[in-house]
Ligand binder design. Sequence first.
Ligand code: ADP
Ligand code: MG
Ligand code: MG
Ligand code: MG
Ligand code: MG
Length: 691
Amino acid sequence: MGLLSEGSPLSWEETKALADHVREHGVNQFINLYHRLKSRQGDVLKWGDEVEYIIVKFDDDKQVARVALKAKDLLAKLNEKELADPKGVKSLWRPEYGAYMIEGTPGKPFGGLMAHFNLVEANMRYRREEVTELLASDECVMSITNFPRLGAPNFTYPLCQPHPEDPTSAARSLYFPDEAIFPGHPRFKTLTRNIRMRRGEKVSIKLKVFKDVNTKLPVEGAPPGEPDVVLLDAMGFGMGCCCLQLTFQACNITEARRLYDQLAPLCPIMLALSAASPIYRGYLTESDCRWNVISSSVDCRNEEERGLLPLQNSKFRIAKSRYDSIDSYLSPEGAKYNDVPLTYDENVYKRLIDGGIDHLLAQHVAHLFIRDTVSLFSEKVNQDDNEDTDHFENIQSTNWQTMRFKPPPPNSSIGWRVEFRPCEAQISDFENAAIVCFVVLLTRVILSYQLNFLTPISKVDENMQTAQKRDACRKERFWFRRSSKTTEQRAAAAATSTKAAVQEKDKEDKATTNGSNAPWSNGMPKLNGHGVNGMNGIGTNGIDSDHTDTDDEDNELFQLLTINEIFNGKPNVFPGLVPLIRSYLQSMEVDTDTHCTIEQYLRFIQKRAAGELVTTATWMREQVLSHPDYKQDSVVSERINYDLLKRIQSIQQGKHVEPALLGQGNHSKTKDFIPPALQKQLAKNGCCEDK
Ligand code: ADP
Ligand code: MG
Ligand code: MG
Ligand code: MG
Ligand code: MG
């Protein structure tokens, strides 16, 4: 999302009346953009993260912490630099749902050099410092997934009260005042109102309370007959959470579809590993993650669509919220694992097919388009379907799924991209950078070794629920695809192939490059999937790079593995994600500092997966349970909330080392520039750092 322009939102009645108009033109726009861009080739790897933050205000006298409703003013200042020099800034800042939230990304995406992994954490640190400079001494910018007392009495600064009876209120929540919704752009309140209106009632988010010995039932506000439920009733409870997202550019549409598919089964796995949100509205719950909360927080399905009433006025029963895990794979290899029924309008599907879109992509788009627009601006109603893509984007950008398949924007140099969206925001830049670098490395390994993680969608859905359970990272098991023999051979062969051979291969690639995913640099470590030991490289190791699925007959192809086994390996079943990355790295030339940084990240991930370090969610629970003010009643009081956030502040500032969370402290060699010596080498090798 670019800097948001102001606009005039239509009323819900007007928006509703234009639902078919948006659908019709959105589909046309997709067909047109597809044909304009389907043959686009040779985009290089670029990638970037998005981190969302909450602004917290501490009252040290009263020992309370609140969310500070100042994102609008803060963004005005943060955006000044960008407005003056859009291409030269080191960070970009965007509004998010909460009036207490901001989203930061690097000023420009990182690219295909190993050395770029060393820049991520420094850039995150820079972002945090940049915001901190603009805050008062009692305020703090925090990358926490949820503010523990969000929606509890008096959680905002300045104090605002909800007005559930006010007909002009967007949320009409009992707990979440409209003032906590970002006021700088009408999109957020409009979405809130329209989702509620479309649904026909307020959203309803239900979490089981963590039952302790003194937990008082019913929980305040519990729905009738469900005394152990913490009920949340507004979009802000979900969209007001923070997350960590990643976007990668693929060399072409085929690679993008493949990455989308291969990463989809890893979404629940990364959700479990990054679990960071056990507390809602001041209660400890049974859930460790935000996912179901945010999913329910924008669930615009009416009762017929949810299956509570017979279909009369609505077209379909719809199985999931528009915010949920993906429902179908996009690559030919993925097709046979599309085992959940896909809801879509046959006419829309047929228009896509007649428009020259293949079955898998047509059903994906048709499925996205079962949703109605829930936010429409008068300026955007009439569009040129040959040029504009706003109606397509309208529906695409309000299908908030674990993965997003992003077509190139109109008139830009940007290629086909995929976005990885499940991860929860971590406390420290180190942790966030570790997760980002890990996932980017994983994409390279997937492409290079032609790994196959495809798992039936129904099992991925099951894993999504498992991932959110209390302490899932240490206690639960997840459906995971057993690796084929060839995968292990590929990894082993790559690990033994010498760097010299790799460099020799680079020269060959240079000579034979056909423009597809052309490397940026020659003889330098680069990360394009088909570069070093990808399509071509593997062949040289004498391993059949054909992707065969003969082992599909094996009824033990899908096994239940722990997070530890998935990341660190299980003999004869799966080599482990981290060992696979390590073996890939052995064939790469990496400068010492970057190597050191990556190693720290990998070790951290291994330890968390092994349970040697705990997830943020588990750590937060332990902080609450051991707090002197805790009454074993599941309640996270103002005082506990304050102390927890103070502790988090000192961790993110590096003032306090928390061994359970981060071991004995981490000292990555992160830098905010590529060292001159390396740059010289790049220049010598004819690399263009950025185009
Ligand atoms: P959205 O909110 O729609 O997901 P953002 O613009 O907030 O998108 O974030 C997109 C992320 O993609 C940022 O980290 C950005 O650095 C990165 N990015 C920008 N251009 C490219 C590109 N060409 N390829 C891959 N990633 C990119
Ligand atoms: Mg964004
Ligand atoms: Mg976004
Ligand atoms: Mg965001
Ligand atoms: Mg995003």
